[in-house]
Design a protein around this ligand. Sequence first.
Ligand code: 5GP
Length: 193
Amino acid sequence: MQLLEERILTDGNILGENILKVDNFLTHQVDYRLMKAIGKMFAQKYAEAGITKVATIEASGIAPAVYAAEAMDVPMIFAKKHKNITMTEGILTAEVYSFTKQVTSTVSIAGKFLSKEDKVLIIDDFLANGQAAKGLIEIIGQAGAQVVGVGIVIEKSFQDGRRLIEDMGIEVTSLARIKNFENGNLNFLEADA
Ligand code: 5GP
């Protein structure tokens, strides 16, 4: 997605060896126009797939996920990272190791929001080692629902996440694919949409 790649080049900052900071438009301050365009791209890609729900993990997945849900006219569910006393019934959970925070947390979705009839599109801001997407796939599987695909805003293709998800037989659609970081610059692979 050209608009996204241009924005990454303008506003992205490389931190250390393998982190991209995009807090100007995606992970802290949110550019809703760009999110809207991202949502439309995912909706076009999955127009014939019969998606009934979009799912993500709080917090940075929520912005692209809600615009994808709007474009597909379906609800968006975000998995919660902290248990909440109001979550009392039929909680579905998975353990997720966070690449950026380097801690494992239990993420959860209330079972009442997923059913065997659901066809779910997972959306996330980044794909690194695939642990966030894997946790969501486990939760959606516990509900007996089907994961139709994983839609990623920025994939770091030099990490293992894409292979992990594809090895489960699930399609990955990444709007920007970063091949590598090189001397403070970044190189893209051809994106999926
Ligand atoms: P994974 O679970 O695929 O290893 O990592 C994905 C999650 O870690 C994303 O939801 C995102 O929050 C965070 N993440 C991974 N890599 C980066 C990165 O380079 N930059 C930022 N801002 N977040 C990242």
